[in-house]
Design a protein around this ligand. Structure first.
Ligand code: ZN
Length: 277
């Protein structure tokens, strides 16, 4: 069943990294003017800022903070580095609390110097080590599986099945998943694993863009929805059939789009959101 058409922008969220040339202040003004209702703030956009004030400015502009991006990167071959990662995740929770963001997205990490299974165990341990603090702060954590091409250094969690298994192991209402079409579109088990996430109320976030073919850069050549080979509406239908009705987050890393006028790019995003998402 195709999902309901997106007739307005009430569920449109844009990641600050999507419009990378804009500071948090510019993004606040420009998103508000364009009618974008949600924002996911990448942590580097808050460097040197009064975080609570940035949050107030966003809310005053009518923009809801959907999540803070990103925590994670837990695995490392040495224990001191693992502790530093935990400390950084605790800091991310402090920042989310100051910003009044309800969710942190976790890019979980991997260390090419050890087996993936070991990295996965360290991810579970790392999340477990920050859960109490997340609970105090009222911040949820979303495990975002990443495409397997990033399994060397960015994430040992590469399928939604693995993320679901981790959630089941951690067994906390604070821990769920972020479904990103770019990372998961290829997975033959995607629909059934979305059902599994949905049954446990664990679909915390939904990220969209497209997979350009050929992809010229493995990190920074994501496309607008409709530009590539991902059936974005079908995947949106699956998450919505399974209880998700939150923001649809446009997360595009693209050298070609960052090089263009960001106001024009935002209009393209709105068009792709209305017509191809
Ligand atoms: Zn994502």
């Amino acid at each position: 069943m195709p999902p309901q058409p997106l007739t307005d922008f009430s569920r449109l969220c844009v990641h600050t990294i999507t419009t990378k040339p804009w500071s948090i202040e510019e993004a606040t003004d420009r998103y508000a003017a364009a009618g974008v209702k949600g924002i996911t703030v990448w942590r580097q956009w808050l460097d040197g800022r009064d975080i609570a004030k940035a949050g107030e400015s966003l809310r005053a502009a009518g923009i809801e903070i959907v999540s803070l991006c990103r925590g994670g990167f837990f695995p490392a071959t040495d224990a001191a580095a693992r502790q530093r990662a935990i400390d950084d995740n605790l800091k991310a929770i402090d920042e989310a609390e100051a910003l009044d963001a309800p969710l942190i997205v976790l890019v979980c990490g991997a260390d090419p110097g050890q087996p993936l299974a070991e990295s996965r165990q360290q991810i579970v341990d790392g999340i477990g080590a920050v859960l109490d603090r997340a609970g105090q702060a009222g911040v949820k954590l979303a495990i975002e599986p990443l495409h397997p091409m990033y399994a060397d250094t960015r994430s040992a969690v590469n399928t939604l099945r693995q993320a679901n298994e981790m959630c089941e192991q951690l067994d906390s209402p604070l821990v769920g998943v972020a479904v990103d079409v770019y990372h998961l579109w290829w997975d033959p088990d995607l629909q059934s694993e979305i059902q599994r996430s949905g049954r446990a109320d664990r679909i915390f976030a939904f990220h969209v863009c497209d997979w350009r073919s050929p992809t010229e850069d493995l990190l920074n050549d994501r496309g607008l929805m409709g530009e590539g080979c991902i059936n974005v509406p079908q995947i949106r239908g699956w998450v919505e059939e399974n209880g998700f009705n939150g923001f649809i987050e446009v997360e595009i890393f693209s050298n070609r789009y960052w090089a263009m006028d960001q106001g024009e790019f935002l209009e393209k995003i709105k068009r792709a959101y209305s017509e191809k998402t």
